[in-house]
Design a protein around this ligand. Sequence first.
Ligand code: 5GP
Ligand code: ZN
Length: 113
Amino acid sequence: MDCIFCKIVEGSIPSSKVFEDEFVLAFRDIQPAAPTHILIIPKKHIATMNDVAEEDYAIIGDIHRAAQHIAREQGIAETGYRLINNCGTDSGQLVFHIHYHLVGGENLGPLLS
Ligand code: 5GP
Ligand code: ZN
């Protein structure tokens, strides 16, 4: 399958990893939109939020657990952050392997502007 994020999971495309466990990988976004911008993904290929099946919900929990852990490690848990999932065309989703942007390290302003 021609998926950039599956290749990052396999290691055939390099990434700046910040967290890894059995089911989840997190690495720095190549074009950061804020001082801290980390992508959190399941190792399993799931294209979008629409494709999350019943048996995948535990992985979504794992991603939230990883986000909490990474935010603490990166020192932004107290100052705050956003966890963003883009789903489909109108959201601007570019990579069709589900991922959550963990963004912070500055005042992010209003969500939509
Ligand atoms: P989306 O718009 O799909 O929610 O966001 C995709 C994100 O993946 C973008 O912020 C983009 O900068 C990031 N990205 C795309 N290709 C790569 C890559 O090869 N490595 C890393 N680290 N990030 C990538
Ligand atoms: Zn994939």
